[in-house]
Ligand binder design. Structure first.
Ligand code: ZN
Ligand code: ZN
Length: 291
């Protein structure tokens, strides 16, 4: 069902102050990663491709989709404390910041979806929603005390506080391990190219899935179900479903809505590592608590 959203007053989003402060360090790191990612294409090997694929699944699939998003932000299922920590550690391998920063930012996104206070709405601009919001403004990614106010459940745990402040450490350690095993070629594939592809895939959820796609649920925001981004995001792009039912650990709600994280969760539930999994139904009223 296609549903229309009322035309927003775009002047409210046109705040020139947004671009007044450039985060030089973040910008330089992102440029460095993009440039070095290109070098990966000059060193093709199946070992490199396999390393890329496995680490992409571990970091974006387990770390971001299953961990930071469906578990740490929305508590769509329950698991052991050690598996929670493992998923958070995987999340840091994406260079998307630590768990407290990520969860706090994402909860703000749900609280103010496509309103002026949304950290990354495309109503400002497509560029802003994709990467502008990271490049400009207050750099909060390591400000654990400040972001902890928006994620108090995580901020009371010393491990999450440490991981949030030193979120770049696990990725750096992994980089040196790959360097020792396979030299710079393996680092370019397993770290630089893999991180860049993962960043853009995640950023598509903030940009593309609030711009292009279809709407099953009449949510108050611009969220869409964007089929072509489903594989690279492990099912995160059924984003209109998700805004309608944020707590549901299942985002693809019908059989053809490919949701790789949901498949992984089903396996983990079968072996007993996760339980109390919340699942929404297509017939359910938006924002109703998932059963
Ligand atoms: Zn959204
Ligand atoms: Zn969410």
């Amino acid at each position: 069902m296609e549903t229309a959203v009322s035309t927003p007053d775009l002047d409210a989003y046109d705040d020139p102050q947004r671009y007044s402060k450039l985060n030089y360090l973040t910008g330089l790191v992102l440029i460095w990663f993009h440039v070095q990612a290109v070098f990966a294409f000059f060193s093709f090997s199946w070992t490199n491709v396999l390393t890329f694929a496995v680490l992409y699944w571990v970091s974006v699939g387990l770390g971001i989709s299953m961990g930071y998003h469906r578990l740490h932000t929305h508590r769509g299922f329950k698991t052991t404390r050690w598996f929670e920590y493992f998923l958070a550690l995987c999340g840091t391998l994406t260079l998307e910041g630590g768990p407290i920063f990520w969860v706090a930012t994402h909860r703000l996104h749900h609280q103010y979806s496509d309103q002026p206070k949304d950290p990354h709405t495309p109503r400002v601009s497509g560029f802003w929603s994709h990467v502008g919001w990271i490049l400009f403004g207050d750099s909060n990614h390591a400000d654990t005390a400040r972001m902890g106010r928006y994620a108090p459940d995580l901020a009371k745990d010393p491990f999450y506080r440490w991981l949030n402040s030193y979120h770049w450490v696990p990725l750096t350690v992994l980089g040196f391990i790959l360097l020792a095993i396979g030299g710079w070629d393996l680092v370019n594939w397993g770290i630089f190219l893999r991180v860049v592809v993962g960043l853009h895939a995640t950023w598509l959820i903030n940009s593309a899935t609030h711009i292009w796609g279809s709407r099953r649920f009449a949510t108050k925001d611009d969220s869409k179900n964007t089929w072509w981004a489903a594989i690279v995001t492990f099912g995160e792009s059924w984003h209109n479903n998700h805004h309608a039912h944020p707590v549901s650990a299942r985002h693809g709600l019908v059989w053809w809505e490919l949701d790789l994280t949901w498949i992984s969760l089903s396996v983990l539930r079968a072996v007993g590592l996760v339980w109390d999994v919340k699942v929404a139904k297509v017939t359910q009223v938006p924002n109703e608590e998932a059963a």
